[in-house]
Design a protein around this ligand. Structure first.
Ligand code: HEC
Length: 631
């Protein structure tokens, strides 16, 4: 169930508090609300960001009025800001007025800042006591209301159908509901579809039940969970769309925390069925999930602050001390407010005059709100420089994103010499085991691929990375071994909704496996990697049942796994190339082949291994002659 999501909680006396409804709008597909349709909306007076009062009925010279309930903490809501701004400008000359309303919001300075950051061209009003939300019977942010010139409600619901569900945007938008309602209204017609179901964060209204007895309390029971599992991302300036530091913030998001933890969507962690085997694992225990749910059910009591832990401190600066080499993206990257996510590669020359071994890497995003994850590749052939030059010369680049480097689908745009691992929010940098390192040849470039998440406003970033070099000789070089799944030459057939792709390799010498990184694009659905030692049974290494291209992570094994000569690795993946896949970039679907573009597919697993014998790790697509029994 969704909850409100405004920035300032404004808990002044009498302000509405959280609801405890157990069947929320996101659990059951409830019908779109028709409340107030065809009725005149009562006049409301609210203050804008300058403290000036805005009276709804003052807009009586308009042909139509669009009132949108907004939250600057709800990701669905912020993602609409660029298009709402465009729409307001387009319709201004046609006599349509736009108003934004922030339910539960009381902090004028905060709203003013958001209005500036998101470049909102229409008034945004605070509605701390939910007067407007009640007048419209608004339930969500974002939720749009279209009134005619006499303040009669003609449309209520979503802005368009860009979302299939929260966290699930569609690849294409086929219905523009607010636009359609406006066009019909301006043409003097009746609105053909007056109500649709909005998708977003619910507006909190009713007072919480008084907590009784010896219940779960925030400070004693909930805060430790938030500190341990949520605050690495949910704190100011980080990738999480809202903060979970204080009691008020937790109450505001209480019901959502329950829903998103019970469905294992938060904290984000994709692998299933391989539990307890990764160092960088995120996740709550069942007991912790239950404790959060119990707290919400008990009315979210605060309890005694002295029973809680002190605030968690997050270290600033380099975690592992001053790096041996710091590489900084040469200029700021500017990422536009809306559109599909951006994958950008930056070429970072190392200037090394001797070969080195890298034992640890730390990525420091310049803007943690926008950097979703990063991957690092090694280029020894100047391939990335060529791609960068071509991109910088090209005039075809989208106007909204500019900066150094070049844009790619999801990879590096070329076949790299090596791979230096990846970074995702909340990950703490680590040293490789003793005697192990990634070789960084002299003169090589590090290619940093950053996945930027659009936030609804223009974001600027200048990421840097710190490299730590081995002090002592490295016996074991970390090699990336590629395990491809075979997408047929004719491609993944159009319309196939569960298309199986497989691949297998055999390792030709004794080795150790340190980490695993699967990679697919938008049609990927399910990916499983197994390892079979000669004469043994297949062992599950990693299984992601609900592939999400947003969380392409390097999964680090707790202990390196021994890989004897003749070990087989298998990948089995499924792709959904049907109309039902909301991320399908093609409508109607068409056959999708292997390739680097977002509209192409890939099925690849990077296995990082060290060899017990010197030299690059050899893999084959056939079993080795002597140890073929693993099949
Ligand atoms: C690794 C970073 C990370 C961690 C750890 C994390 N989150 Fe999130 N969370 C995110 C991101 C990023 C989003 C926004 C997703 C998007 O916009 O696609 C999000 C979204 C959410 C949302 C949904 C907001 C919405 O309307 O879509 C809830 C609720 C949430 N997180 C709760 C939690 C809780 C509770 C925890 C801890 C138990 C947690 N998160 C841990 C990164 C994280």
């Amino acid at each position: 169930m969704a909850r409100v999501s405004v920035r300032c909680f404004g808990l002044a006396a009498g302000v509405a508090f959280a609801v405890l409804v157990l069947t929320g709008p996101n659990r059951v597909a409830n019908p779109a609300s028709a409340a107030r349709l065809g009725k005149k909306i009562a006049n409301v007076t609210l203050s804008d960001t300058t403290g000036r009062n805005v009276i709804l009925y003052d807009l009586r010279d308009k042909k139509a009025i669009v009132v949108v309930f907004l939250s600057f903490e709800c990701p669905v809501s912020t993602s609409y800001m660029p298009m709402l701004a465009d729409m307001a400008k387009q319709y201004r000359d046609r006599g349509v007025g736009f108003l934004g309303v922030c339910p539960g919001e009381d902090d004028a300075a905060q709203v003013a800042r958001h209005v500036r950051d998101y470049r909102v061209p229409f008034p945004v009003l605070r509605d701390p006591r939910l007067v407007a939300a009640d007048a419209f019977q608004a339930e969500f942010t974002p939720e749009a209301f279209v009134l005619d010139g006499t303040f009669v409600l003609r449309y209520r619901g979503r802005i368009d159908n860009r979302y299939a569900a929260r966290l699930r945007p569609n690849a294409t938008v086929s219905r523009h509901d607010v636009r359609q309602a406006l066009e019909e209204l301006l043409a003097g017609k009746t609105v053909s579809e007056p109500s649709t179901q909005p998708i977003g964060c619910a507006i909190v209204r009713e007072a919480a039940a008084k907590a009784l007895g010896n219940t779960v309390t925030f400070h004693r029971d909930v805060l430790p969970i938030l500190q341990m599992h949520c605050q690495s991302c949910h704190r100011p300036g980080e990738i999480g769309p809202f903060s979970l530091l204080t009691y008020k913030q937790a109450v505001r998001w209480g019901a959502d925390m329950e829903e998103f933890t019970q469905s294992h969507k938060m904290p984000p962690w994709k692998p299933v069925g391989a539990h307890g085997r990764f160092l960088n694992e995120r996740g709550l225990s069942e007991a912790e999930i239950q404790r959060l749910a119990q707290w919400v059910h008990d009315g979210m009591p605060e309890g005694d602050p002295s029973e809680g832990p002190p605030p968690r401190r997050f270290p600033e600066g380099w975690h592992l001390g001053q790096p041996d080499l710091v590489l900084t993206v040469p200029r700021e990257m500017e990422v536009g407010a809306g559109g599909p996510d951006v994958y950008r590669c930056f070429v970072l020359p190392t200037g090394l005059t001797a070969d080195r071994f890298v034992t640890a890497i730390e990525v420091q995003p310049g803007n943690r709100r926008a950097v979703h994850h990063a991957l690092m590749f090694i280029d020894t052939d100047g391939e990335a420089r060529k791609l960068e030059q071509a991109a910088q010369r090209s005039r075809a680049a989208p106007k909204s994103d500019h900066g150094p480097g070049y844009s790619v689908a999801m990879g590096a745009g070329f076949t790299p010499h090596g791979y230096l691992g990846g970074w995702a929010p909340g990950q703490v940098p680590y040293q490789l085991p003793d005697g192990v390192g990634y070789e960084l040849p002299k003169g090589a470039d590090v290619v940093l691929q950053v996945h930027y998440h659009r936030t609804g406003r223009v974001e600027r970033d200048q990421t840097r990375i710190g490299l730590y070099f081995a002090r002592r000789p490295v016996q074991n070089q970390l090699w990336p071994v590629l395990l491809p799944g075979r997408i047929p030459l004719f491609g993944i057939p159009a319309g196939a909704n569960h298309y199986r792709v497989e691949g297998r390799i055999w390792i030709q010498q004794d080795a150790n496996l340190l980490n695993v990184m699967p990679h697919m694009h938008l049609l990927g659905q399910d990916i499983r990697v197994t390892m079979t030692v000669p004469g043994g049974e297949p062992r599950l290494l990693l299984w992601i049942k609900d592939w999400d291209y947003n969380w392409q992570e390097t999964y680090r094994l707790k202990e390196p796994l021994r890989v004897p000569t003749g070990t087989r690795f298998d990948v089995i993946a499924f792709f959904n190339n049907s109309e039902q896949n909301p991320l399908n970039p093609n409508h109607p679907p068409r056959a999708v082949r292997w390739g680097e573009q977002t509209t192409d597919e890939m099925c690849l697993v990077f296995l990082s291994m060290t060899s017990e014998t010197p030299g690059r790790i050899r893999r084959t697509f056939r079993p080795p002659a002597k140890v073929g029994k693993a099949d």
